[in-house]
Design a protein around this ligand. Structure first.
Ligand SMILES: [Fe+2]
Length: 241
């Protein structure tokens, strides 16, 4: 079982995690609105109380149950808590590529915990071991394509719908590739060690909204170099560090 109190290191990716099923029953109401899209809305600052806006009040007990579960599972009491809800037609475009959640190495932190639930077409994932060369640098190289290339022959596994899972940052996963007309409900409750300063986050109307000029996808992720090329194998233009 993964130790969430240990500072994340790139060598932790040498052994990937499967999603870990939550061993408690978590009452999970579905949204009443026809569609709702909330991306990483802050509902609890690290040392604060839960502040949940009226529009998602019905998720209060669920969020608190998962916070209690997370404390029992990891022993970590104080974390930032963010809510993502995607309910309605599929809109996001990059979720169907294999990736890790919370894999940033900008700063030394303990691993974030992402609890996810879907009503249908559940999350896909791969497990396996990665060989991490000494010159692989997660600040400069794309960890997602690096992992996908090494595991390209490993089978795609699937979670079960209507169940809660804990995803560590060492879980390579994606949303299944789906038609845009598909209606689906996805929840993600995230507990993290640092504030998610992302311009794309949905603001919580009950909390002050600092201006985040930061768009991590544009400024960081899209600038990463591929250590492996997905079609050619090892790239010649690896960065020398
Ligand atoms: Fe994800």
């Amino acid at each position: 079982m993964r130790n969430f109190q240990k500072i994340k290191e790139v060598q932790d990716y040498s052994h990937l995690d499967a999603p870990e099923q939550v061993e408690e029953k978590i009452l999970t109401p579905v949204p009443k609105n026809e569609s709702i899209m909330i991306l990483r809305m802050l509902v609890r600052p690290k040392y604060g109380k839960f502040i949940i806006p009226e529009s998602i009040n019905y998720l209060g007990p669920l969020i608190k149950s998962l916070a209690n579960y997370d404390l029992k599972r990891t022993g970590i009491k104080d974390s930032w808590c963010y809510v993502t809800i995607r309910h309605g037609q599929i809109k996001s475009i990059t979720d169907d590529q294999f990736h890790f959640d919370g894999a940033s190495f900008r700063t030394d932190i303990i691993p974030e915990r992402n609890y996810i639930w879907v009503n249908r077409f559940p999350t896909e994932y791969k497990v396996g071991k990665l060989k991490i060369p000494d010159d692989f640098n997660p600040i400069r190289h794309n960890l997602f394509t690096f992992a996908e290339f090494q595991l390209k022959n490993n089978p795609i596994l699937r979670c079960e719908p209507l169940k809660w899972y804990l995803l560590s940052p060492f879980c390579l996963h994606r949303r299944p590739i789906l038609d845009k007309n598909i209606i689906r409900t996805f929840y993600r409750i995230c507990f993290s060690d640092i504030e998610g300063r992302d311009v794309n986050n949905t603001p919580n109307p009950l909390l002050p909204t600092p201006f985040y000029g930061r768009n991590p996808v544009l400024t960081f992720r899209d600038n990463l170099k591929h250590y492996y090329s997905l079609d050619k194998g090892l790239k010649d233009d690896r960065i020398k560090i």
